[in-house]
Design a protein around this ligand. Structure first.
Ligand code: 3SL
Length: 243
């Protein structure tokens, strides 16, 4: 019997590894990599970057570099030798990047963006654009999957908390439903963390990894909600602002 429930679905997938189990049921995929790829992408667009090309491999990044593009590349939290910048949101806030096209390759985030495009419209999500993103998703009125980039296919706390924040706002409208335990877990993690996300993540694996690289300012930037009111969407192979 056909369901009479007309509400749209919102669910959370903890890692790209689990994505094949979800991918056929959603219209919009929100790719989340709070530390730091999707926060850096939001920072870039908030600064007026025109387009950003997310590439999976360093080989592709090298090819773009040889064609004269500005290219950022990060592996294991560090800038890859020979590239213009890495994955710090502050690198993407430089005035000289306004109006430019930038290429970016990161350990997990850009890989996840390229995986997600098989499934539906891809939009970039982070804590820095949380509220505007939720408003935009609600306007679209479609089935939404929050896809956490995690760390090398493993679960991570910061992406799950951000996904839980999105779920919380969409469910509050009464126009969405959610059934998966991953979504319930994400929502409860967000509710426990929301008043002090920085403190909540103190012991988290990637926060420790970045802290060891002296990237505390980046961590603070990425964990501060609603500083970049932008909606970056993937169109073909390029990310640009939703028109
Ligand atoms: O994995 C990624 O895409 C990066 O965000 C990792 S890092 O924060 O630059 O270490």
């Amino acid at each position: 019997m056909e369901s009479t429930d007309k509400r749209k679905k919102i669910e959370v997938c903890f890692s790209p590894y689990l994505f094949p189990l979800f991918k056929d049921e959603f219209d919009i995929v929100v790719v989340i990599d709070v530390l730091r790829a999707t926060s850096a992408i939001c920072a870039a667009f908030d600064n007026g970057v025109k387009e950003l090309i997310p590439v999976t491999s360093i080989e592709e990044a090298i090819e773009y570099k040889s064609k004269g593009y500005l290219v950022g590349a990060e592996r294991q939290g560090k800038i890859v030798d020979g590239f213009d910048f890495g994955n710090s949101p502050y690198s993407y806030r430089k005035p000289e990047l306004k109006g430019e096209t930038v290429v970016l390759s990161t350990t997990n985030g850009t890989k996840t963006i390229n995986i997600a495009k098989e499934a539906g419209q891809v939009v970039i999500g982070a804590l820095v654009n949380l509220d505007v993103l939720c408003e935009w998703l609600i306007e679209q009125d479609k089935n939404v999957l929050c896809l956490c980039s995690g760390w090398q296919n493993k679960f991570n706390l910061e992406d799950t908390i951000c996904a839980g924040g999105i779920l919380d706002q969409l469910l509050a409208t009464g126009n969405y439903r959610s059934e998966e335990d991953s979504s319930i877990a994400a929502k409860y993690l967000f509710l426990s963390a929301k008043d002090n996300i920085l403190g909540y993540l103190k012991a988290s694996s990637h926060r420790r990894r970045l802290k060891n690289l002296n990237l505390n300012e980046d961590i603070k930037y990425c964990l501060t909600a609603n500083t970049c009111p932008v909606i970056p969407v993937l169109k073909g192979d390029k990310i640009s602002l939703d028109a």
